[in-house]
Write a protein that binds this ligand. Structure first.
Ligand code: ADP
Ligand code: ASP
Ligand code: MG
Length: 446
């Protein structure tokens, strides 16, 4: 069993859907995880914004335009006009409850139902196309199997139980499902946050003990730097789970921040492949440790740094416990931490409750806050390259450096306005590193 996940661009028009179907047809035993067609989730978010602003007419018009766009793709995709008409009618029926929702006053509880439409419609069309073109496939509704627990976290064993008890699931065959969408801990239609289809794929992979999870996207693997900001980046052929998890968590958009976790826990290799160039090698992520050097760099924006300074920390115990209890009470994940004898610096991403947080932290010491920071994460066998990294970032006002928590990364926090310059400066270390020589390592069975 394999998981094949297709991102929005890979399903973005009739020709791309045909290409994806060709890839699926190379398999007899797989779960296909579909994202919404490119642009659709953004467009659905815009519908929600209009609805929230009380502009129902605009919300209706925006939804209508998304619906018409789907119909246009169906007419191009299905050879027989009767098939296109049938599928379009079915799709229209899927829109009806959402138009009804928009007729009522805005209620944030319903956001999930609006956003789910993208994945539901795309997977429906794709499954119908597979069947129409002679591939026996079954539609598996992700909301029947992916239910978050009381802490709004997915549970791999529960997903496994639910998939295995579906009456049409036999353990082999082709199953088409949706990425991103799920039910939350209270049974409401929800999702795994933007980019969440990758996470669905690895959760399904872990639940079904898949041989591999293939993530099909619009680029030939995980690149050694962010291709949106740095020219001439190249794909990294092999990464360990730990390295990939760091890069995904710290901004490599090709992977959802949490998606490596289930694959790592259940030791299922992830292959990153390019639908636009299926022959390209891509990237393989597994438990192997590969050759040295700095392999890749990523960066994450919109970070806030909090520095808490207190004389009470000096030679005392219990201070850090009390500090982290404050973050815990706000259910706020802390990404990077550095300490000195009198101060602690931490980074957070979500600053919704910043003032309340500052108030609570000020009971422990003097609090200073710096917003619009970014985290730059340098990954690989970094220890021999520490001085090189520090030299490259010298021109910038580096606020925090975290080194040694694991031997495979150095994490830096600096002003967001310096992000691109820092990525460009650090890139020189990759091209100079031994990793470019691609030292041999054991190939994975995937
Ligand atoms: P999909 O819709 O298939 O999920 P995404 O847009 O989410 O695709 O992810 C692919 C994009 O991630 C690429 O087009 C690229 O611009 C961006 N990206 C950012 N960092 C990296 C990286 N290190 N390697 C590859 N792609 C990256
Ligand atoms: N469609 C969702 C998004 O655009 C999920 C995904 O593509 O992974 O964020
Ligand atoms: Mg994505």
């Amino acid at each position: 069993m394999r998981i094949l996940k297709f991102g929005g661009t890979s399903l973005g028009n009739a020709q791309r859907l045909r290409n994806a179907a060709d890839i699926v047809r190379n398999h007899t035993n797989c779960v296909v995880v579909c994202s919404a067609m490119a642009g659709v989730t953004n467009a659905l978010e815009a519908v929600i914004i209009s609805w929230k602003q009380g502009d129902k007419t605009r919300a209706f018009e925006q939804l209508k335009s998304i619906e018409e766009n789907f119909a246009h793709h169906c007419f191009e995709l299905f050879v027989a006009p009767a098939s296109a008409t049938r599928v379009i009618e079915d799709v229209q029926a899927m829109y009806v409850p959402v138009y009804e929702l928009l007729g009522a006053d805005y209620d944030p509880e319903n956001d999930g139902k609006v956003l789910a439409l993208g994945e539901l419609v795309t997977s429906y069309i794709f499954n119908e196309y597979l069947r129409e073109s002679g591939t026996d496939s079954f539609l598996m509704n992700a909301m029947d199997v992916l239910h978050l627990n009381g802490q709004d976290e997915p549970d791999v064993e529960d997903i496994a139980k639910k998939i295995l008890s579906l009456d049409f699931y036999s353990g082999s065959g082709i199953y088409v499902s949706q990425g991103f969408i799920c039910l939350d801990g209270q049974g409401r239609v929800s999702n795994l946050k933007r980019g969440g289809s990758d996470y669905t794929a690895t959760l399904f992979g872990a639940a079904l003990k898949a041989d591999a999870i293939e993530i099909w996207t619009d680029i030939d693997g995980l690149h050694n730097n962010d291709p949106r900001f740095v020219p001439n980046t190249t794909p990294v052929r092999e990464l360990s789970f730990a390295e990939a998890a760091e890069l995904a968590y710290f901004g490599a958009k090709i992977l959802h921040p949490s998606c490596v976790r289930p694959a790592r826990e259940y030791e299922i290799p992830i292959l990153l492949k390019n639908t636009l160039e299926p022959g390209a090698a891509g990237t393989i992520i597994g438990s192997q440790l590969t050759a040295g050097g700095i392999k890749a760099i990523s960066a994450k924006d919109n970070i806030t740094v909090l520095r808490i300074t207190s004389g009470r920390m000096f030679n005392a115990y219990g201070f850090l416990k009390r500090l982290f209890e404050v973050f815990d009470s706000f259910r706020l994940p802390v990404d990077v931490v550095t300490t000195s004898e009198v101060s602690v610096s931490v980074t957070i991403e979500d600053d919704t409750h910043l003032e309340a947080l500052r108030h609570e932290l000020s009971k422990l010491g003097r609090v200073s806050i710096e917003r619009e920071q970014c985290i730059v994460c340098v990954v690989g066998d970094v220890m021999p390259h520490v001085s090189g990294v520090l030299e490259k970032v010298e021109p910038f006002r580096v606020n925090m450096i975290s080194l040694g928590a694991s031997s495979n990364n150095i994490t830096l926090v600096l002003p967001q306005e310096n992000k691109t310059a820092a990525l460009l400066a650090l890139h020189a270390l990759i091209t100079n590193s031994q990793f470019q020589k691609l030292q041999p390592c054991t190939p994975l069975q995937a």
